[in-house]
Design a protein around this ligand. Structure first.
Ligand code: C2E
Ligand code: MG
Ligand code: MG
Ligand code: MG
Length: 279
């Protein structure tokens, strides 16, 4: 009976695996078509300077305008891209589109000429030796300079990558930001060795500050760590006026979050910025 059961469960497992593989393949094909058919869209979220709340830049956040399922957040499809070699074409599209959108927003006078576009770079993209060339190309084609963009690197990418890759980008004059500080395993030594201009404190710490005095102390410690390595700090997930007051009091240079401005399509950014300054 045990054998029977075993055989049975093996068969079930086999079927499940086949079904899962089929779904995965279907998802990958759908995403590949989406990239080709321009179904991806970028939303832009304001990043402002503390105190004045003047616009420093916008973070480009990818979405998939799925013909059946509607607007999908990156959490729904980036993993599909990651497991199928589609991260590079996706990242390539994001890079080009983000640069074009910043150029348009500047030309329209929606954002100040000094403002930058912040682009998320995944680990596999960072590992791509073509990345510096692609960045060059994307900025040049949009009529931008290399210091018009900020590349956001995850902690995981920081660990995976020889710092040489980051050094190469930094030498080109590209501003580098460490994303989601506090969620990964970056050591102080990693931070000291990486050529980081900016660190973004993950929103989980900002959220925790409300109820938890210890969380406020942790945010302060992260700020001091950033200072020690010569980086300026963005607080992510700024949702309330109390967050703004606390973070400005702690000396955080930049603020980002729903309380400052939501991620919106380029056409809606002017209105979103109006709302942000009116607050
Ligand atoms: P991230 O880079 O840390 O981006 C911030 C995420 O937090 C965004 O989610 C944003 O919508 C959300 N957010 C911003 N302010 C607030 C707030 O005040 N409260 C809350 N609850 N959430 C806030 P989103 O757009 O779903 O993106 C999730 C992640 O997907 C990003 O995290 C980033 O790691 C990745 N991602 C997004 N776009 C791209 C892209 O073009 N390329 C790559 N490689 N990754 C991307
Ligand atoms: Mg980011
Ligand atoms: Mg982030
Ligand atoms: Mg985050």
């Amino acid at each position: 009976a045990a054998k029977e059961h075993e055989r049975g469960s093996v068969r079930v497992c086999d079927d499940e695996l086949r079904a899962a593989a089929t779904t995965r393949l279907a998802q990958q094909n759908a995403l590949r078509r989406a990239i080709d058919r321009d179904e991806l869209v970028l939303h832009l979220q304001p990043i402002v300077r503390s105190g004045t709340h003047s616009l420093a830049g916008v973070e480009a956040l990818v979405r998939w305008a799925h013909p059946e399922h509607g607007l999908l957040p990156p959490g729904d499809f980036l993993h599909v891209a990651e497991n199928s070699g589609l991260l590079r074409p996706l990242g390539h599209w994001v890079l080009g589109e983000a640069c074009r959108q910043l150029a348009t927003l500047r030309a329209e006078g929606v954002v100040p000429p000094s403002s930058t576009v912040w682009i998320n770079i995944s680990g596999p993209e960072l590992a791509d030796p073509e990345l510096p060339h692609r960045v060059h190309q994307a900025t040049a084609q949009a009529g931008l300079a290399l210091d018009d963009i900020v590349l956001e690197i995850s902690e995981r990418a920081l660990l995976d990558e020889a710092n040489g890759r980051l050094d190469r980008l930094a030498e080109l004059g590209i501003t580098l930001a460490l994303d989601d500080l506090g969620t990964g395993r970056t050591s102080a030594a990693d931070l000291v060795n990486a050529p980081l201009d900016i660190v973004k404190i993950d929103r989980s710490f900002v959220l925790a500050m409300e109820e938890d005095l210890q969380a406020r102390a942790v945010v302060l410690a992260l700020l001091q760590l950033a200072r020690a390595v010569g980086a300026r700090v963005v607080a992510e997930g700024v949702e309330t006026d109390a967050h703004v007051v606390t973070l400005e009091g702690l000396g955080c240079e930049f603020l980002q979050g729903f309380g400052i401005g939501r991620p919106v399509p380029r056409e809606s950014l002017a209105r979103e910025l109006g709302a942000a300054t009116a607050r």
